[in-house]
Design a protein around this ligand. Sequence first.
Ligand code: GRF
Length: 207
Amino acid sequence: MSRLKIAVLISGGGSNLQAIIDAIESRELDAEIKVVVSNRKNAFGLERAQKHNIKTAYIGVGNYKEISLRHRALLEVLVSESIDLIVLAGYLSILSPEIIKQFEKRIINIHPSLIPKYCGEGFYGEHVHEAVMLNQEKESGATTHFVDEGVDTGEIIKQERVAVFKEDTAKTLAARILKVEHHLLVSTIKAIQMGQVKIGLEEAKND
Ligand code: GRF
């Protein structure tokens, strides 16, 4: 069984990244995080990675003004690290069509709702949970899916439901769903690593 070489792309706190790091360190996951990339310079997730001696890269407007340069820099990092799987873990930036094509069915995202509900343009972070509360939904959840050229439109891999209580606020709901995200993301990567979910790369599959 080959070790999956992962790149994790983040923009913020990186608690999902931490869940992956912990799963690798406890040997629940046979994978290696080759690099963590953030489009925000001060993302706390970068510190989390550095604490575990994982290579980090900041690729954002601060060091690459033009979007084409940012896209090219990211592609270069991913190719030079021979990445098998790109994990978007709270990455609030758009990938270039070139990266999506080159890594077809090798990019996954975690989204804090039950796709197809509350996803797509504008549904990120607190906005997702605010809309769920506004519509008095009885349940919400988290979804992992492959990334294609659309926003949250790629094939669904796994979902987990979470009850919504009357007394919830967007904040309490977000916190409960975030916990579910952590094991959903790890179990999705594990399913890929075990060959139960096929990705678009021969070498990444089980021998
Ligand atoms: C998570 O809710 C994720 O689903 C969303 O952004 C949040 C990231 O949280 N896309 P963290 O940075 O992993 O703590």
